[in-house]
Design a binder for this molecule. Structure first.
Ligand code: ARG
Length: 472
């Protein structure tokens, strides 16, 4: 787990938690205390926990449950705690279980009895749900901006390489010539949808659970819309049981993250293939690759390989959370404490992968001659010849057969269609004229696919222009 703060001090005093120990007659088993605690990982939520507590106390003041002075003391205390945590001076306690009780106990140390009033009208159940939503909302915004940075890089490469020709593949066999710009834009479009999914998911994350208390709401005259407003939530949730128990928003986020990683893994696979000696279509800057300790000649595409591999972690987290929620009775169950690590790991993995890709993207260099040579192999303009024959009034099925014979001849003689003489081509059909060479060139082939969504350089440029205007 990576921590945003540099604290590592954690103590495990074998004692009963003072927040709930009243009905217990012996202290918690030391191992059980450690096993059931979440402070080891949920300390990461400290900033959001403090923000939630500040808003809650402000609301308690508004409805007359805390005096102005009490709120002031609470806010000052919480600010000091935040500084202590950020300075690495905060002592985390396992006995205090989690981030909520660690902070609350420290607040009470600092400001005395007023600290104990902060928990009026709330429970850790709605508190933790609030913290995670606040944290995830922030992370979604970070992820979205990394995603946009990658999109920008893709547009840059697409623009630079709008005319670069490479073979397009189906079944990983050479199919038809395409432009590299068009290929980059295919990835761009996937990320457009990924971005939309994140924004859509954010709407359902951005709802305030606080006020649900343990499960049924509270007897105090709380003002939930006010808290929602203070914390920048779109609104307060409608049902207290649902609010404290469901984690569907986190599952939805990890689903969106899984799709992004799936896209990055496809992307990675192509980069790995393209940097291989067999393809040699592109070069990645040395700083995104590593060497081999035994084979001096090696330059390995580590970043794409690792991103491809990391996709599995995110899928794993999705399965963890789906399984975590499955069959849980209402309302909160301790099971839900297990939501955090997969969620944190997903965010770390996704942010890291996007960052590496966004940094690398604008620096991809193409080997245009290699791409071109590959497009010349495999009869990539065969469909163009068939379309040409259709233009001369031949039914498509017949044209398909004629081109098939020409390709068989090419295989035997080692010639591409564009390398055959007119006489040779005419042996397959006498409708073939001199103008056939316009369509058999790679440039002619890509330029002819000049419609919305086609590979023609003109279409690539049009889409780039539109994307830059719309920001997507
Ligand atoms: N650490 C807990 C979690 O992450 C906070 C909520 C605990 N609630 C409780 N009733 N034990 O879910």
């Amino acid at each position: 787990m990576s921590n945003s703060n540099k604290t590592s001090k954690t103590t495990n005093q074998n004692s009963t938690n003072s927040s709930w120990g009243g009905r217990f007659s012996e202290s918690t088993d030391a191992f059980v205390a450690d096993f059931t605690a979440s402070i080891q990982f949920d300390q990461r939520l400290y900033k959001h926990d403090i923000a939630g507590s500040k808003a809650h106390s402000q609301m308690l003041n508004k409805v007359g449950l805390l005096t102005d002075q009490e709120v002031k003391d609470i806010h000052t205390g919480l600010d000091e705690i935040q500084s202590e945590i950020e300075a690495g001076d905060f002592e985390w306690s396992i006995a205090l279980e989690d981030i909520h009780m660690n902070i609350e106990a420290r607040l009470t140390d600092k400001i005395g009895i007023t600290g104990k009033k902060l928990h009026t009208g709330r429970s850790r159940n709605d508190q933790v749900a609030t913290d995670i939503r606040l944290w995830l909302r922030e992370q979604i915004d970070l992820i979205a901006s990394e995603l946009q940075r990658l999109q920008k890089g893709l547009l840059e490469v697409a623009e630079r390489e709008a005319d670069t020709i490479l073979p397009g593949f189906t079944h990983l066999q050479v199919a038809q010539p395409i432009t590299f710009g068009h290929h980059m834009l295919a990835w761009y479009e996937m990320l457009v949808r990924d971005f939309e999914r994140l924004q859509d998911c954010r709407k359902r994350v951005n709802i305030l659970p606080l006020g649900a208390a343990a499960l049924a709401g509270t007897t105090y005259p709380i003002d939930r819309p006010y808290v929602a407003e203070l914390l920048g939530f779109d609104r307060a949730s409608n049902n207290s049981l649902d609010s404290v128990s469901d984690r569907d928003f986190a599952i939805e986020f990890i689903s969106a993250a899984s799709l992004i990683m799936m896209h990055l893994s496809r992307f990675s696979e192509e980069l790995v293939l393209w940097t291989s000696a067999q393809f040699n279509f592109i070069d990645l800057p040395d700083r995104f690759c590593t060497g081999s300790s035994i084979m001096p000649q090696k330059k390995n595409p580590d970043v794409p390989e690792l991103v491809r591999g990391k996709t599995g972690r995110v899928y794993g987290s999705l399965m963890s959370l789906l399984t975590l929620m499955k069959s849980q009775p209402l309302a909160y169950n301790k099971d839900n404490q297990e939501d955090k690590e997969p969620l944190f790991d997903t965010v770390d993995t996704l942010l890291g992968s996007l960052r590496a890709y966004a940094d690398m993207m604008p620096h991809i260099q193409t080997n245009k001659d290699k791409m071109r040579a590959a497009a010349m192999q495999g009869f990539s303009t065969a469909t163009d010849l068939a379309d040409y024959l259709v233009g001369k009034d031949m039914p498509f099925r017949d044209a398909h057969e004629v081109v098939g014979s020409a390709v068989a001849f090419g295989v035997k003689t080692g010639k591409d269609l564009s390398e055959m003489t007119l006489e040779e081509l005419q042996t397959f059909s006498d409708v073939i004229g001199d103008d056939v060479f316009d369509v058999l060139t790679l440039e002619g082939s890509v330029a002819a696919r000049d419609h919305l969504g086609g590979t023609a350089p003109a279409q690539v440029r049009a889409r780039i222009k539109e994307a830059k205007q719309n920001g997507a």
